[in-house]
Design a protein around this ligand. Structure first.
Ligand SMILES: NC(=O)c1ccc[n+]([C@@H]2O[C@H](COP(=O)([O-])OP(=O)(O)OC[C@H]3O[C@@H](n4cnc5c(N)ncnc54)[C@H](OP(=O)(O)O)[C@@H]3O)[C@@H](O)[C@H]2O)c1
Length: 229
C-alpha cells in the first residue's frame, strides 16, 4: 500500500491531485485547515478506487504538523509521497517597495516555512518508504527566468520553495526524490475564472512526479517537461 499526503486539499488543485491519486488506487491523506472541509472533500472523492483519509493540517502551525506526523506514524508507519500544495496569494501582495511586512511574513509562513517544516517533520516517515517523493507546488512566478515586478511576497516564496527543492534533493540524495512543478494558470479560487487550464491539467504533473518510476530528482517541471529555474 502506498500512502500519499496532499496539503491544502479541500479545494482547487490539491483536491484534484487527491482525486487523481485515488483513481490510481493510492491511499490518500487529504489535508485541510478545517477538518470538516477535509471530510466533505474526502466524501466527494470517495467513489474512486483508493482510500481517502481526511485530516486536519494548518501548515503555518508547527504543532498541527507534528500532530499529523505522529498520527500517520501510528496509522501507517511510513509515507510514500508528500505533496506540498497549500499556499496563499494575498490581494495585498504588491511590489517590494510598498509591500506591508505582515503580508510578506504571512505569505512566507504558509508558502515557504510550511513546506520546509513539512519536509523536516515527515522526513523520518519518508525514509521508511522504498520509493519516497516530495512534490512542491511552485510557480513560474518564482522562476528567475520569468521574474518580473509585483507580487513580491508570492514570487519570493516560490523562488525560496525551489531553493528548498534543490537543497532537499541533495540532502536526501537518492533516498527521496524531490521536485518542484508549476501547474500553469489554473481555474481555482487563486487562479480566477479567466485562467486557461482546468484543475485536471493543473494536477497532472504533480501526480506524475509522485508516482512515475522514471522521474529524476532536484528538477523543476511544467507539463512533465523541465522548466527553467
Ligand atoms: N491556480 C493557479 O493558477 C496556480 C498557478 C501557479 C501555481 N499555483 C500553486 O498551486 C497550488 C494550489 O493552488 P490553487 O490554485 O489550488 O489554490 P487555492 O484554490 O487558493 O487553494 C489553496 C489551498 O491551500 C489551503 N491553505 C491555505 N493556507 C493554508 C494553511 N495555512 N494550511 C493548510 N492549508 C492552507 C487552502 O485552504 P482553505 O480553503 O482553508 O483556505 C486551499 O485548500 C498552490 O501552491 C499555488 O501557489 C497555482
Amino acid at each position: 500500500m502506498k500512502v500519499m499526503l496532499v496539503t491544502g486539499a479541500n479545494r482547487g488543485i490539491g483536491k484534484e491531485i487527491c482525486r487523481q491519486l485515488s483513481k490510481l488506487g493510492y491511499t490518500v491523506i487529504l489535508c485541510a485547515q478545517n477538518l470538516q472541509k477535509a471530510e466533505e472533500a474526502a466524501k466527494e472523492i470517495a467513489s474512486q478506487n483508493g482510500i481517502i483519509h481526511p485530516a486536519q493540517l494548518d501548515v503555518s502551525n508547527i504543532e498541527s504538523i507534528r500532530n499529523l506526523a505522529s498520527e500517520i506514524e501510528k496509522k501507517f508507519g511510513k509515507l510514500d509521497a508528500l505533496i506540498n500544495n497549500a499556499a496563499i496569494y494575498s490581494a495585498k501582495d504588491t511590489g517590494s517597495l510598498n509591500l506591508g511586512e505582515e503580508v510578506f511574513d504571512e505569505t512566507l509562513k504558509v508558502n515557504f516555512y510550511g513546506p520546509w517544516r513539512m519536509a523536516r517533520a515527515f522526513a523520518p516517515l519518508l525514509l521508511k518508504s522504498d520509493d519516497a517523493r516530495i512534490v512542491n507546488l511552485a510557480s513560474d512566478m518564482g522562476s528567475f527566468d520569468k521574474m518580473a515586478g509585483g507580487s513580491f511576497a508570492y514570487r519570493l516564496s516560490k523562488t525560496a520553495l525551489n531553493n528548498l527543492t534543490i537543497n532537499l534533493s541533495h540532502e536526501f540524495n537518492s533516498s527521496v526524490r524531490v521536485n518542484s512543478m508549476c501547474p500553469g494558470w489554473v481555474r481555482t479560487d487563486m487562479g480566477g475564472a479567466n485562467a486557461l487550464r482546468d484543475v485536471s491539467q493543473g494536477a497532472d504533473t504533480a501526480v506524475w512526479l509522485a508516482t512515475d518510476p522514471s522521474v529524476p530528482t532536484g528538477k523543476f517541471f511544467r507539463d512533465r517537461e523541465i522548466f527553467p529555474w
